[in-house]
Design a protein around this ligand. Structure first.
Ligand SMILES: Cc1cc2nc3c(=O)[nH]c(=O)nc-3n(C[C@H](O)[C@H](O)[C@H](O)COP(=O)(O)OP(=O)(O)OC[C@H]3O[C@@H](n4cnc5c(N)ncnc54)[C@H](O)[C@@H]3O)c2cc1C
Length: 324
């Protein structure tokens, strides 16, 4: 599993040692963007990536200026080539454990142990989808979570929104910007449990509310055509929005004792504006720290963390030289 990748066109410079200045765990937009900055700052950098970016189910990545509509896999392949061209090493592997003494020792699934002075954890998040038959199978195609990612592509179609989260009413209201034909399925929530305020807002926005548990999504010819309720009725819908539970991949940060904080979307690492965690020497970037981030934000996060780390390493080495 340790084959190098991202080196399709560029040779990778290796250093004959398992010690780096910075290890980036996760090679999505956040991790690769950090690695690009570090490589260009001439830092010995390793990117360890398990190769499962969050937007993999989607055929196209939208809303990234100059890359709008690019397939996510192509975006990352170009990123890996750019990063590798600056001598950053990339491995397809998984970081399974990390310990901190004077530096950090990262254990990989392949059995290799690598060390570094600084760590960036850019491991993304897992979308936990509601267990409605059809939802997982169609996710990223016509079952959607984010109108900024996919709204334009399904504009004016009949939308359904399945209520599975406290954010679902807001989601139903928001997507009316992309279609005026929106039905909210409260699913396992009784209509009586929706607040009067929510019901007033939904009515004002023209959102229909159809009570009853959703039994499954109806798919014909590889296309979503409806939502079937437990009573057998089918409501014709061409796109369905759901609100997955967003679970940032923080196991390694927690292993290092990083502080977590409550956010409107659940627990996430406590970081400053550069992504610095409460563990000295450890940064977090991208969806691993803020679950609402899009690709462009994740890339910006990686950039910020890398610049801060480089600055810190320069100053640390100068201070050490001053003390000699
Ligand atoms: C279906 C879908 C469609 C989307 N469409 C869009 C869109 O059109 N436009 C947009 O801007 N945003 C879109 N997003 C959001 C986008 O996916 C995220 O903003 C982006 O992926 C965040 O980048 P990241 O680098 O933080 O995480 P990721 O891209 O998820 O990358 C994290 C990487 O870390 C790796 N990793 C995890 N744990 C480890 C470990 N222990 N060791 C090594 N590697 C590890 C993972 O395998 C993965 O490769 C979409 C999301 C979904 C779910």
């Amino acid at each position: 599993m340790t084959e190098k990748y991202g080196t399709e066109r560029y040779g990778t410079q290796t250093y004959g040692t398992e010690t780096y200045e910075v290890i980036v765990i996760g090679g999505g937009a956040a991790g690769l963007s950090a690695a690009l900055v570090l490589g260009r700052a001439r830092r010995r950098t390793l990117v360890v990536d398990a190769g499962e970016p969050r937007n993999a189910p989607a055929a196209h990545m939208q809303g990234y200026l100059s890359r709008d509509g690019m397939p996510p896999a192509e975006f990352l392949a170009v990123g890996r080539e750019e990063v590798a061209s600056y001598g950053v090493e990339l491995v397809h592997d998984q970081a399974v454990d990390v310990t901190r003494r004077e530096d950090f020792a990262v254990e990989l699934a392949s059995g290799r142990t690598v060390r570094a002075r600084r760590l960036i954890v850019a491991t993304g998040l897992a979308d936990e989808l509601p267990p409605v038959p059809g939802v997982a199978e169609r996710f990223g195609r016509d079952v959607l979570h984010c109108p900024y990612c996919h709204g334009w592509e399904v504009r004016d179609l009949p939308f359904g929104v399945i209520l599975t989260s406290p954010m679902s009413v807001h989601q139903a209201l928001l997507v009316t910007q992309w279609s005026k034909d929106v039905t909210l399925f409260p699913h396992t929530t009784a209509e009586a449990d929706l607040s009067d305020e929510d019901l007033r807002r939904l009515a004002a926005a023209g959102v229909h509310v159809v009570p009853g548990e959703v039994a499954e999504l109806v798919v014909e010819d590889d296309r979503l055509t409806g939502v079937r309720l437990a009573d057998g009725t089918v409501h014709a819908r061409s796109a369905v929005f759901v609100a997955p539970r967003l679970v940032p991949r923080t196991a390694l940060l927690e292993r290092l004792g990083a502080e977590m904080k409550e956010t409107p979307f659940g627990m996430a690492p406590a970081v400053d504006e550069t992504g610095r965690t409460t563990v000295p020497g450890v940064w977090a970037a991208g969806n691993a720290t803020l679950m609402t981030q899009q690709v462009v934000h994740a890339a910006g996060d990686g950039y910020k963390a890398a610049g801060t780390i480089n600055n810190e390493l320069v100053m640390e080495d100068i201070e050490a030289a001053v003390r000699v």
